[in-house]
Ligand binder design. Sequence first.
Ligand SMILES: *Cc1c(COP(=O)(O)O)cnc(C)c1O
Length: 355
Amino acid sequence: MSEKGYRGIIQKYKKLLPVTDKTPVITLNEGNTPLIYAGYLSKLAGKNIEVYLKYEGLNPTGSFKDRGMTLAISKACEEKSTAVMCASTGNTSASSAAYAARAGIKCIVLIPSGAIALGKLSQALIHGAKVLAIKGNFDAALDLAKEITRRYPIKLVNSLNPYRIEGQKTASFEICDYLGEAPDFQVMPVGNAGNITAYWKGYKEYKALGLSGKLPVMLGFQAKGAAPIVRNKPVKDPQTLATAIRIGNPASWKTAIEARDESKGLIDLVSDAEILQAYKILAVKEGVFAEPASAASIAGLLKLIKKGYFKNKKCRIACILTGHGLKDPERAIKSVKPPKLIRANFKSIIKEIGY
Ligand SMILES: *Cc1c(COP(=O)(O)O)cnc(C)c1O
């Protein structure tokens, strides 16, 4: 039986990825996520401005990490690896656990103890990964994962693995395919900085192939308590409620700066209060539920709008929503009032809803 229809980013963008007919394709049909027009944010931004949301939370494990993971795990299988390892703030562990399960290989993940969202932890565990919570932060976990995979026959699947970046660049291809060319601006969160590196690489490749007439200006945002690139020095004890970007010493620091400078963009910071406000606006005004790290994109957009950055411009802005809101249900519950408890009768309900 031949498989029909969409089968993930490797099948879709084979010619632009480092694969051959011999590469075993381990896929969960990741990618092909919607670029949603954001009416409220567009209006807020200005008359001639269109804001779009690239909803990466709709990937199979709920984050953009799946784009890189399908390629990293497929290549690991092609190279006959039988085990993979990663350090993770959560989503990489969820994604590697799922793709390794599908490939039938072993997955070991190192997470900072007590610092990853509940949804992500449940994913890594249910897919059967060996999950080790270390008494240290993400940066310490990554150093350990690097050393272990250097000394043992285990493949590192953090974004230092070049196949992760290669897979993730397909998100910019999709945005260009959808809009007909690159957007004028792209706003995104920056943690370990693999994703901004990947998007920029993808946009440049599409332009070189004549598939986009232009390149976007790259606008990255870090959390105030975890903003090493903005402060131009590593942060020893990074702090933010946006756990996916709680990183003090980004692995792809240099290439993130290249993306910023080559595109004449910026990497700035947003506070946790701004992230939470954006998180709620996104959910209430646009109907889109993204995790707090993803809301850093929107917090950044709102900050730039307030500063007049887009004033009198006619432009399209793509905001990357990196992960699904259900990843971190505890944060959602903490951010709102609990449901009101009332008696189970007709009158009480009518009274409450104001009819
Ligand atoms: C991994 C991740 C990020 C940060 O991406 P980097 O490539 O580390 O900069 C942002 N948001 C979410 C939801 C993530 O999972």
